[in-house]
Design a protein around this ligand. Structure first.
Ligand SMILES: [Mg+2]
Length: 226
């Protein structure tokens, strides 16, 4: 069995992060009083929600201690703001062919499918539910931006959860692969010593993703490399 860890934005779903961004900004404003979080330039691709919030806050004059003190409130306010803003139907945002890929992988019975995303878990779960992909990803598996601020820490957390499911230690590295669309997805896989397939459906072309074990240009191609 192989553990396949799917990123969400730019991988499973395309162009479905506008409301998510607004929800993060709203929570940052409420918790830390940052006046115009959207005005702070942040390279957000492949980072966790908390990591993004930290950069916005610190570059807006919030001190590190106050930032840490506000994290619990931030997580719950961001999730609530997203629940309020999330479109009722995100099915049009599913990457072309991805539903069939997930169906095939689930049917083959040789893969355990899980999420690996910088989204806070309630945000991630709601996005997938509204996109009609929720049933492919069991609760209790995967790793999220609510588990750790550093994306590089997420694959090991996901292997821990999958390993417990199988009644043992961590899921083996050699039987784990990350599927993601950014150089940070590749870096997080490398940090844990697991495999990585990059998909050039997000904001990075194949030439920026050449550190992966394989690079594909569309969801259906994943079936050949997984
Ligand atoms: Mg992504």
């Amino acid at each position: 069995m192989r553990l396949v860890l799917f990123d969400i934005d730019g991988t499973l779903l395309l162009r479905a992060s506008a409301e998510h961004r607004l929800a993060l900004f709203e929570a940052i404003e409420q918790v830390w009083g940052v006046e115009d979080p959207a005005a702070v330039p942040v390279d957000a691709a492949g980072r966790t929600d908390v990591d993004i919030a930290r950069e916005i806050c610190l570059s807006s004059g919030v001190d590190a201690r106050s930032f840490d003190d506000g994290l619990v409130a931030f997580r719950s306010l961001a999730a609530a703001a997203f629940a309020r803003r999330c479109p009722g139907d995100l099915s049009a945002a599913v990457s072309p062919g991805m539903r069939e890929v997930l169906t095939q992988l689930a049917r083959r019975g040789r893969h355990v499918l899980a999420l690996l995303t910088g989204n806070l878990e309630p945000v991630a779960r709601l996005k997938l539910e509204r996109a009609g992909l929720g049933t492919f990803f069991a609760h209790g598996l995967g790793a999220f931006g609510s588990d750790h601020e550093d994306r590089a820490a997420l694959p090991a957390i996901a292997r821990g959860r999958a390993g417990r499911l199988m009644g043992g230690g961590r899921w083996p590295r050699a039987a784990t692969v990350v599927v993601g669309d950014t150089p940070r997805d590749i870096a997080c896989a490398r940090a844990d010593g697991v495999g990585v397939v990059a998909i050039a459906t997000g904001s990075f072309g194949p030439e920026r993703l050449d550190g992966a074990d394989a690079v594909v240009r569309s969801a259906p191609e994943l079936l050949h490399v997984l």
